[in-house]
Design a protein around this ligand. Structure first.
Ligand code: NAD
Length: 416
């Protein structure tokens, strides 16, 4: 954009979690006037003490952010901002419908303070229509300003992957969209200043919203297919890993492995689009079936584990199993929506004796698990003769190299 001047923009990032913190740090590193806002005072205090429990950005970038920007949970300190970027959670309710409360609450909060000329950009993952049909009316009502005349909106989905230290925010192409042409130019220039991989301008906010859920649903569906294949190949005693190795020699084969699909993106986002789909009268079939397969994978793992133990003529009633890994994926400390939790609860309900070892989980995770009656250990087990791998962190390598007992790894399961 011609005449783009950094000094004209006071950016406020609303929600400093996995998405908001790296974004705030990146704008700060590039010399923008940034304020990071989070309703959770404890999170702000930790960050001010230069601690990020998510371990998501480098110490240097956290230091730059803390020294050069304001981090606050005081709304008065963000009133001067003219660009608001909303990165709050978009979870699901018990009944698996979208829980839009955080995004509505943050829209109310921002709507109460925006002034003429402000731009509100949403980065949270939503179904198409949430920005235009739910958030914008809240902003209009709370601010009393005229949409697209006195304030405008944008949507730019975040595509970072938790725990991925290679594909970091600046290296991932950013999809941007806006409620009008002039705002799109500003938003593109803002993100172009921080993203090395470049910008893709989507023709509308709804397209950008739909693109994000499509990316994640495509992954969910393809993993479900591999999970189904794995269940079949296990029953046929064909090693899935070898099948995947052979099939992936074809140039257009998508190489995925079976897994317990958890986390707060792939296991959640399909429910957002399915909700929108049902509202519009279209019944989604494939994505619903895929979700069901992935959602029930932990039960298949449990049954398969019991079959495996029986095939070895072992008696689970007089031995203690050591379960390796609890987080939702390998080498990542995030435990949100981990499917291992369901698996462990089922094991507990079946009176299988076990202990869990995951060096990446926090003290709070230990306490929560212990409250559920699940025994956790913090160091390598001394004596164990049945090990069940659920999430294979690199930290287990040296233990597994020296371990000679029974090893059950649901991903690499066949009888020999
Ligand atoms: N984590 C990822 O890798 C990732 C990747 C792509 C997209 N997303 C999407 O980005 C969004 C945010 O995800 P996240 O992982 O950063 O969540 P998170 O839970 O790590 O962080 C969200 C932060 O927002 C704060 N918050 C909640 N309500 C607020 C409010 N009303 N005002 C201000 N702050 C508020 C919370 O205290 C928390 O610190 C979600 O929609 C998610 O689906 C996440």
């Amino acid at each position: 954009m011609k005449n783009f001047n950094k000094a004209d923009y006071k950016i406020c990032i609303v929600g400093l979690g996995y998405v908001g913190l790296p974004l705030a740090a990146r704008f700060s590193l590039k010399g923008f006037n940034v304020t990071g806002f989070d309703i959770k005072e404890e999170r702000i205090n930790q960050l001010l003490n230069k601690t990020d429990i998510n371990n998501d950005i480098s110490d240097t970038n956290l230091e730059i952010l803390v020294n050069n920007s304001k981090l606050t949970s005081n709304i008065d300190e963000i009133k001067q901002s003219n660009i608001f970027i909303i990165t709050v959670p978009t979870p699901i309710n018990e009944d698996k419908t979208p829980d839009l409360e955080p995004i509505k609450a943050s829209s109310k909060l921002v709507g109460n303070i925006i002034k003429k000329g402000s731009i509100v950009i949403y980065e949270s993952t939503v179904y198409p229509g949430v920005t235009d049909e739910i958030c914008t009316p809240i902003l209009e009502e709370k601010s009393g300003l005229i949409f697209n005349k006195e304030f405008s909106t944008g949507y730019s989905p975040e595509r970072i992957v938790p725990g991925d230290k290679i594909n970091t925010i600046e290296k991932i192409k950013k999809v941007v969209s806006a409620s009008n042409e002039k705002t799109l130019e500003i938003i593109s220039s803002l993100y172009s200043s921080i993203i090395e991989a470049g910008i893709h301008e989507a023709p509308s906010i709804k397209v950008a919203e739909a693109a994000k859920v499509t990316e994640n649903i495509q992954r969910d569906v393809n993993i479900a297919l591999i999970n189904e294949m794995h269940q079949l190949f296990t029953s046929l005693d064909i090693p899935t890993k070898d099948v995947i190795e052979a099939a992936s020699t074809k140039w257009n084969f998508m190489k995925l492995s079976p897994g317990l699909v958890g986390g707060h993106c792939i296991s959640i986002d399909p429910y957002y689009l399915m909700h929108k789909s049902l509202m519009s009268g279209y019944t989604p079939n494939l994505m619903r079936t895929a979700r069901k397969i992935n959602d029930e994978m932990d039960q298949w793992v449990l049954n398969d584990f019991i079959n495996y133990i029986n095939s070895k003529n072992l008696d689970l009633s007089n031995t203690k199993v050591t379960v390796l890994g609890y987080t939702f994926k390998e080498n990542c400390s995030d435990t949100r929506n981990t499917k291992v939790k369901n698996l462990l609860i089922s094991m507990r309900n079946k009176n299988i004796k076990f202990q869990l070892w995951d060096p990446l989980i926090t003290e709070e995770d230990h306490l929560e698990l212990n409250k559920l009656g699940i025994e956790t250990i913090k160091l390598e087990p001394k004596e164990t003769n049945i090990v069940m791998i659920c999430v294979n962190h690199n930290q287990f390598n040296s233990f597994l190299e020296n371990y000679n007992g029974i090893l059950y790894d649901f991903k690499h399961r066949h009888s020999s």
